[in-house]
Design a protein around this ligand. Structure first.
Ligand SMILES: Nc1c(NC[C@H](O)[C@H](O)[C@H](O)CO)[nH]c(=O)[nH]c1=O
Ligand SMILES: CC(=O)[C@@H](O)COP(=O)(O)O
Length: 168
């Protein structure tokens, strides 16, 4: 189902575990920050709406989407992880097609990097990275007509944190 047929901000709290006992890390890319700040707000608001405690949400910034993998990897090994505190990580980025093939390599790099963290690591890393053809598509998906992918990512993070807890 394409995003145009599914609002990214739609969720039913009755189907989502309460997030009050979970701790979340969020790594935010500074590239296209007008978009990534919108994604951050969507994720932050949804986590709180589903019971997360503000003090249990830690945010780090990185320069661009390509650095999200390193940021998430370091965060998973950070002081928050030493005491087994992090339950899920969300990486937030926005990659918009330019004139060259660089878009392809950035998107592939961050996709494969986050996939590898999920395969090799113990903490679920949620992929909240827009890979759009135009800025308007990014606007539409970060709080615009198609909702907010940050909201979608927050719900995924809660569900994956619950799955991890159930399978420890
Ligand atoms: N063009 C975009 C980039 N490019 C920068 C890379 O992500 C990376 O920071 C650089 O190559 C240095 O390693 N990043 C985005 O997040 N979005 C873009 O549209
Ligand atoms: C995704 C990118 O790196 C891209 O926005 C850079 O633009 P360009 O391909 O015109 O150099």
């Amino acid at each position: 189902m394409a995003t145009v047929n599914h609002n990214l901000s739609a969720y039913d709290k009755a189907t989502i575990p309460n997030a009050k006992d979970f701790r979340f890390g969020i790594v935010v890319s500074e590239w296209n920050d007008t978009i990534t700040e919108g994604l951050w707000q969507g994720a932050f608001d949804a986590l709180l709406d589903c019971g997360a405690i503000k003090q249990n949400i830690v945010r780090w910034n990185v320069p661009g989407a390509f650095e999200l993998t390193y940021g998430a990897a370091r965060m998973s090994k950070s002081i928050y992880a030493d005491s087994g505190m992090l339950d899920a990580i969300i990486v937030i980025g926005c990659v918009i097609q330019g004139e060259t093939k660089h878009f392809d390599f950035v998107c592939e790099g961050v996709t494969q990097g986050i996939k590898d963290l999920n395969v090799k690591g113990d903490i679920p890393v949620i992929f909240c990275v827009l890979t759009d053809n135009t800025q308007q598509q990014s606007i539409d998906r970060s709080g615009g007509i198609h909702g907010n992918k940050g909201t979608e990512a927050a719900i995924a993070a809660i569900k994956m944190a619950a799955l991890r807890k159930e399978t420890l």
